[in-house]
Design a binder for this molecule. Sequence first.
Ligand code: PNS
Length: 233
Amino acid sequence: MAKSKKKNVKQTLRLERTSKDLARVLGISEGACRSWLRKEGLGVGIGGRYKFSETEAKRIIRRLQAEHGDMRIAVYPGSFDPVTCGHLDVIERAANVFDKVIVAVLENSDKKHFFSTKAREDMIKRLELPPNVEVGIFGGLLVDFMKKHGAKILIKGLRAVSDYEYECQMAWINNKLMPECDTFFVPTSEEYAYLSSSIVREIAKFNGDLTGLAPKELHETIYGGLNGRCRTN
Ligand code: PNS
């Protein structure tokens, strides 16, 4: 009797103790993990603790992984001041590969942006984006935004070799700050290799043709913003 009790205790996994690790491995919050358990009616709450047999715990982990953990969430950060056809190309290609892509718009920090944060975010939201793309704003460290959204993948577009050195440094720093973070470089399509937000702004300032440079549904907003020389809110 005593022996079987001992075995039973040994075989019991307390998710109370392991849910933090589990959530981190799966890239979801501990709260999400717990609410899933509650929703599924899987928790046997004894003083707020969950007790599962080893087999049961393994099954739960497999289901959680299938529903949450295997989702490959990527973050594509930038100033998008304004978003260009080159950015859109990277967004669409990343969305073909990853389950979810979050376009993260950098909030004004030390960096001076021409368009306001809200205007830059709105311009991207107005585009016809693949259904698995979301748009958000972030300030502070990018890795903190990634953790908040359960993302472990960073997308960076590369135009030329000159971009590579700086982007590699960023990839290493982000990986140092968040070891589970991996950066994927997407070479921009050849037709956009020369394109940048500053080139779009320069052309718009002199009412030049933005066709093929910035998404057409944004031309008026970009011309308006540039000629008014103001931050569009
Ligand atoms: O389009 P940009 O301006 O080249 O984008 C730069 C961006 C937003 C990717 C970069 O400035 C960034 O990641 N800023 C957040 C601060 C951070 O986490 N830096 C890395 C560690 S030093």
